[in-house]
Design a protein around this ligand. Structure first.
Ligand code: SF4
Ligand code: SF4
Length: 84
């Protein structure tokens, strides 16, 4: 596919299991691209779970995996690169 057709499409994605998340903020702080933020809604445990945005405050997710490794509750269930 020509590069011009894929500009704007996300390169990477992160999947969060909102019901496992206790809103501790560790992944939010560690993300270099600022792709993660605490939601305003509550999960079943009464925490504000983390949500992922493809386009963060400092750029797109790079699939670096830092959020996956820092989460003590295994709430980050997938970090994947969608295209080169
Ligand atoms: S994989 Fe890296 S860039 Fe993407 S959300 Fe996690 S910490 Fe941020
Ligand atoms: S590190 Fe894990 S438990 Fe803490 S806010 Fe991030 S996803 Fe939720």
């Amino acid at each position: 596919m020509p590069e011009s057709l894929v500009v704007g499409l996300p390169k990477s994605r992160v999947v969060v299991d909102a019901e496992r998340c206790k809103g501790c903020d560790l992944c939010v702080v560690v993300c270099p691209q600022r792709n993660l933020h605490l939601s305003e809604r509550f999960n079943r445990m009464g925490y504000h779970p983390v949500e992922f945005r493809y386009h963060g405050g400092r750029g797109d997710c790079t699939a670096c995996g830092l959020c996956y490794w820092v989460c003590p509750d295994f709430a980050i269930t997938e970090v994947s690169r969608l295209r080169p």
